[in-house]
Design a protein around this ligand. Structure first.
Ligand code: ADA
Length: 562
């Protein structure tokens, strides 16, 4: 069952930055590993012996708790564990979960004991061809418990799901609530935005649901990257009090334009992976690391948009994007060679999508839900992804649907958007690497013409070139992998992009160099994908400034229009 609003509230952290857990692996005796590790974090950063380990690791620890008070229920919520998890409390199985990047929760009301409790979690990082994502990806697999574990206490009847947003015309605030528990049906509720003095009273139906709209208060300030205004909201229902902090904005497509709050916007973006860099690869995102990454985009690159590739990133990041004012592309890991014919793979993908959307659909920063990345077209794939697109629309019709597609081409001059899925999306997105993975000369890129169903907006969701930071080749035709080649590639691709009449945004590949076992060029890569504009140790490459000055010009032109 997808996690939901109950997981969004204040909770007792039982396994956050300070948790000490015991991994029990077959390595422990043989290799004399330290039996104690800090969570959240991947075991690949816990010790040199575990750096390359992929398989099953058991974690166990004790924690104190009080018995749940009468009339309350307690859930154990795991922020993310990669990839398969087997969860036990006090020796009793709670359940399993597949998927490395979304939260899941189990009710533990009856199992929790006053005093000492024992939690045991087995995490297996090995993925099969039926998994989402499948085994081969161009990023590191960070096995382990990579996000916090919390105990969430709620009343017997509680707000299980709450979705708050502006109606597409921007005239009303729409509220959808689902209560769970013995008193879910016909219960009075109150929605509030205290600083606006706005309240809305209602009552759930026989199924425990409430759908209502409230005319937009006159003093409401819309959320935007320039003014990321957030409001505290609350829902009181019986004994439960649900709170969140969010912004209000509309996002729509009209012809080839993307409209934010009714006005055309160009998405000045960049892609990023979720990775804690430095000596210890642990992946777990800290607030400081998330802020540092988003600051590079917002203040360094003059960006207003980030593509969180290729899987749901931490809630820290999406909440911070709300706060800092960055538009977000959120994605699920249907990546490269998925088993499109397997009904279990489809069921997993649909569940992971629902887990992601339910976690984050009150985040004003998120404007695009992406269902896939670089998946070659065929009938089974098209049918699979159409199901996913249908799911997005039924879970959240207030945002736009996209997917990163590949293009076709006719000779050297004409690039074609010919993926049939483009017709099903609100915003088309293309990953293009002409001049890097192809023989196109950089000086020819600007004369390449993009053709496609030009009746909707296009984003270049990726383009990029590897460069080893500090490798310089300041000649007329610089060598690939030099900072000069990457900078020239960016200049040429930006010149090409400027001529695409229906282009409404871009998220080049990628903000920072990231670990990828596939990338083993002995001189230039050494286990890293080097398409970052920033090296893993934080140095800006020359191309960073090329993109930053293009975005600064676009930003100035946009603000002059306003
Ligand atoms: C792909 C893929 C990315 C990235 C890139 C590259 O297009 O979408 O994950 O790895 O290639 O660097 O080649």
């Amino acid at each position: 069952e997808p996690p939901n609003a109950r997981t969004n509230r204040a909770a007792d952290v039982i396994a956050a930055d300070v948790m000490q857990a015991k991994p029990r692996t077959f390595f422990e005796q043989d290799m004399q590993l330290s039996p104690v590790v800090s969570l959240p974090g991947s075991w690949i950063g816990h010790s040199p012996e575990m750096r390359l380990y992929q398989g099953l690791v058991w974690y166990q620890r004790e924690f104190p708790a009080t018995a749940p008070k009468p009339g309350t229920r307690v859930f154990l919520r795991i922020g993310a564990a990669e990839y398969r998890s087997y969860v036990y409390l006090n020796g009793k199985p709670l359940g399993e979960h597949r998927g490395g990047y979304t939260p899941f929760a189990f009710e533990v009301t009856k199992l929790l004991r006053p005093g000492r409790n024992q939690i045991t979690i087995g995490v297996d990082s090995v993925r099969t061809a039926n998994d989402v994502p499948p085994p081969v990806t161009d990023w590191e697999t960070y096995g382990g418990i990579t996000r916090s574990i919390t105990l969430v206490t709620v009343p017997d009847t509680y707000v299980d799901d709450a979705f708050v947003r502006l109606t597409p015309d921007g005239s009303h605030i729409a509220v959808s609530v689902k209560l769970e528990g013995p008193k879910a049906a016909n219960t009075a509720l109150k929605f509030r935005i205290p600083t606006l003095g706005a309240t809305l009273d209602g009552k759930t139906d026989d199924a425990g649901k409430w759908e209502a709209t409230l005319p937009v208060p006159r003093n409401l300030v819309r959320w935007s990257p320039e003014n990321p205004k957030l409001y505290d909201i609350s829902i009181d229902a019986g004994a439960d009090h649900f709170a969140d902090r969010m912004g209000f904005r509309t996002i729509a497509v009209k012809g080839t334009d993307i409209l934010l709050n009714g006005k055309p916007i160009f998405l000045r973006g960049i892609s990023m992976h979720e990775e804690e860099l430095g000596a210890n690869p642990v992946r777990a995102m800290t607030p400081a690391a998330a802020r540092a990454l988003l600051s590079e985009i917002k203040y360094g690159l003059h960006g207003n948009f980030v593509r969180l590739a290729h899987y749901p990133h931490s809630e820290l990041t999406t909440r911070l994007a709300d706060e800092m004012g960055l538009l977000v592309w959120s994605e699920i890991p249907l990546y490269w060679l998925v088993n499109w014919n397997n009904p279990d793979t489809l069921a997993d993908a649909r569940r992971i999508l629902a887990e992601n959307i339910r976690r984050d659909r009150n985040r004003s920063s998120i404007v695009l839900w992406s269902v896939a990345n670089e998946t070659p077209t065929n009938d089974a794939r098209n049918a699979f992804l159409r199901t996913m697109i249908g799911d997005v629309r039924s879970l959240d019709s207030s945002r736009l649907v996209t997917a990163a597609l590949l293009s076709g081409r006719e000779g050297n001059k004409i690039m074609k958007i010919d993926d049939p899925l483009a017709a099903d999306l609100d915003v088309m997105a293309i990953n293009t690497y002409n001049g890097w993975y192809t023989d196109d000369a950089l000086e020819d890129l600007a004369s390449q013409e993009w053709r496609g169903p030009a009746n909707k907006p296009l984003i270049f969701s990726e383009f990029g070139a590897d460069a080893r930071a500090g490798y310089h080749d300041p000649v007329a035709s610089p060598h690939k992998y030099s900072e000069e080649y990457q900078a020239a590639y960016y200049r040429a691709t930006l010149a090409m992009a400027a001529k695409v009449p229906f282009l409404r945004g871009m998220s080049p590949w990628i903000l920072k160099d990231f670990r990828s076992p596939r990338r083993q060029h002995p001189l230039y890569q050494q286990g890293w994908n080097r398409k970052g504009l920033i090296s893993e140790t934080g140095e800006h490459k020359l191309a960073f400034d090329v993109l930053a000055s293009d975005y600064a010009k676009r930003e100035a032109a946009d603000s002059a229009k306003r």
